[in-house]
Design a protein around this ligand. Structure first.
Ligand code: AMP
Ligand code: GLY
Length: 423
């Protein structure tokens, strides 16, 4: 099979490495990939949002199967466009990707189908949003831009005044462009967060192993929100009882709701959950694999990723072999100092020896045979071990073998999980 993977980050590198394990994967193209992915796939300089370029490449090169990994092309309809030229895909069509593309849609869906989530209101007018905020009790208020905003469109305001400022910045000053013209204002929830990625063919849903992302830039969950600075899997807060409850009250109802709405979702549906004192609630849906969650979850997958993906596409997930190891993993992300704001790049990446871990390259380019940093998140190092404590230790030990100028990383990935559970 000739396979095409759309995207260019650590998540795509992890997906490509897993796909490569299947001998049927004769060649894998990454559009656009990156300098590190080039070691595992043929990188083609077509941007992930260039839908016309992607379909043209697929047609010209006789692609048999495509995996569309990032949110932007999914929300733009890359899957629909590829299917139109006869290429089956892993990933939802545009009408289902809206579950991530519009927070207002996602909230409405949950309300309509009784799926537990934070109470909320949606606003198209800043004035109405502000008077709604005035009616709320003083304290934390969550303001979310409706559309995609690189994971930065969520403001946890600590007062009504701060919430109103966030509304004005989004709706009047255009801080997130069109994505912020409509806002969702919701109740502040508390509790441990869990990421659950799942495979679905629109009927069945099979959760992958749970994980815990570390979204803030600095140790102790300080600093700005980022795409994610590290992950451990499984998430010790996510007990079998909670998993059963989530399946019954959240996962299946969501997949059925999407089908009922005529928006059958096939691909990876990501549930961002908060385990509140009133039970698990949905914080967000993503229409794709999480990054860096994928870098911690796929190394624990024991069965074949390509087979599972094809089963999702072809509506036969029920019979697919989806098996995860009972080991633990830890992924430590190394980033360019200054991320998620301004940072310098162009530093050489070197690796001592052959680390006993997976190294997924997220932001690098090849120049004269040298691998140079080119992004905020540069690489993720994932170690697998029998216990979480060992996985964390090993991930840090191995991550110390990959260096580049201007690097920084969190030193406390897994610390909270370890405190919760001595496994
Ligand atoms: P999102 O982009 O929707 O995942 O939101 C980013 C982060 O904001 C989440 O991972 C949570 O930590 C936090 N968050 C979002 N919604 C809420 C909420 N209703 N209550 C508390 N924290 C929230
Ligand atoms: N790590 C969170 C995300 O992929 O959205």
């Amino acid at each position: 099979m000739k396979i095409l993977v759309v995207g260019s980050g650590g998540r795509e590198h992890a997906v490509i490495k897993a796909l490569k394990k299947n001998p049927a994967a004769e060649v894998i193209y990454a559009l656009p990939g990156n300098g590190g992915i080039a070691a595992d796939a043929v990188c083609v300089p077509v941007g992930a949002k260039d839908i016309a370029g992607i379909t043209a490449f697929a047609k010209e090169n006789g692609i048999d199967y495509a995996v569309v990994a990032p949110d932007d092309p999914l929300v733009l309809g890359a899957v629909d466009a590829l299917e139109e030229v006869g290429v089956p895909c892993f990933g939802p069509r545009k009408n289902a990707a809206i579950i991530e593309g519009s927070k207002a849609f996602a909230k409405e869906l949950m309300k309509k189908y009784g799926i537990p989530t934070a109470r909320y209101e949606t606003f198209d007018s800043a004035e109405k949003a502000e008077s709604y905020i005035d009616s709320l009790p003083e304290g934390n208020i969550v303001v979310k831009a409706d559309g995609l905003a690189l994971g930065k469109g969520v403001i946890i305001a600590e007062s009504r005044e701060e919430a109103k400022t966030a509304v004005r910045e989004m709706m009047l000053d255009g801080k997130f462009g069109a994505s912020g013209r409509r806002v969702v204002i919701e109740e502040f929830l508390t509790g441990p967060e869990v990421s659950v990625l799942s495979f679905t063919d629109g009927e069945s849903v099979v959760p992958m192993i749970s994980s815990m992302d570390h979204k803030r830039a600095h140790d102790g969950d300080e600093g700005l929100n980022t795409g994610g600075m590290g992950v451990v899997a499984p998430n010790p807060y996510y007990t079998p009882d909670i998993a059963a409850e989530c399946m019954e009250r959240i996962f299946l109802p969501t997949v059925r709701a999407m089908k009922t709405e005529g928006r059958t979702f096939r691909g990876c549906l990501y549930f961002g959950l908060m385990l509140t004192p009133d039970g698990p609630k949905v914080i967000e849906y993503n229409c794709r694999f999480g990054d860096p969650e994928t870098q911690a979850v796929l190394p624990l997958l024991e069965s074949d990723l390509l087979d599972i993906m094809l089963a999702c596409t072809e509506g036969r997930l029920r019979d697919a072999d989806v098996r995860f190891s009972d080991k633990c993993s830890c992924c430590v992300v190394k980033a360019s100092r200054g991320y998620p704001e301004k940072y310098d790049t162009g530093y050489e990446i070197t690796v001592d020896g052959k680390p006993d871990a997976e190294i997924y390259i997220a932001g690098a380019k090849l120049e004269d045979g040298r691998l140079l940093t080119s992004g905020g998140r540069v690489l993720g190092v994932t170690a697998v071990a029998d216990t979480l404590a060992e996985a964390v230790q090993k991930a840090y030990r191995e991550a110390a073998k990959a260096h580049f100028g201007n690097e920084f990383f969190r030193r406390d990935i897994g610390a909270r999980a370890l405190a919760a559970n001595k496994r």
